[in-house]
Design a protein around this ligand. Sequence first.
Ligand code: HEM
Ligand code: HEM
Length: 185
Amino acid sequence: MPDHATRSARYNRTAVTLHWLIAALLLGQFLFGWYLGDVPRNTPERGIFINLHKSTGILIGLLILLRIVWRLTHTPPALPDTTPRWQQRAARISHGVLYACMLLMPLSGYLASNFSKHGVKLFNMVRLAPWGSDDKVIYAFFNQTHKLTALVLAAFVVLHILAVVKHQLIDRDKLISRMWPRASR
Ligand code: HEM
Ligand code: HEM
């Protein structure tokens, strides 16, 4: 790990762009996923909406992969030395959970689709034939993982936002400016 003093005090433009782009896309994908529950089963509309959700989900998944690779090859700015140890640890763990959920969301959806005869029809145009067997048990496992991960992700995003609000209102340390878009100098 580089010395704190040599690290920049804020996230750079690539990290900020990926953070906010993915946060916005995930919010949309979340709402889309929950909306799917209202689309009547065994109708052509359901197939169209599900395939659209799968297609946007795969694209978001690729963007998330890019972010994770970028993150593994770049060191984030250190928190100030005045940040209590437990808060530094809590931030590290919760960010880790957020990354794990971000990865698991599209991965579990993609895996589930490949253990169902439906597979994925990219943007309702290009059919990607499933590479797995049509197996209800395996499908249910990945489908349940998809649903459970959605809940864990939602809970940690709420916690994440509460932490930012706490920094803003109680600590008043402008933590948000570390991740806020700004013209580079
Ligand atoms: C990028 C991230 C993704 C997010 C945030 C997301 C989110 C969601 C949410 C919140 C639901 C509703 C869960 C529920 O009813 O409790 C859902 C359902 C679903 N998702 Fe995703 N999804 C993502 C990617 C994908 C991908 C890549 C696929 C497949 C290739 C997929 C396939 C499905 C299917 C088939 C359902 C309906 C499940 C059912 O009703 O049984 N999702 N998704
Ligand atoms: C789907 C929604 C979101 C996800 C998945 C997410 C995920 C993450 C992750 C993984 C990090 C750690 C970055 C790293 O060190 O690699 C991070 C940092 C950060 N996020 Fe989010 N975020 C989301 C929404 C938000 C929102 C709505 C806010 C503002 C209220 C926010 C504010 C921040 C800030 C200020 C940091 C930097 C924390 C620090 O300086 O250590 N995020 N976010």
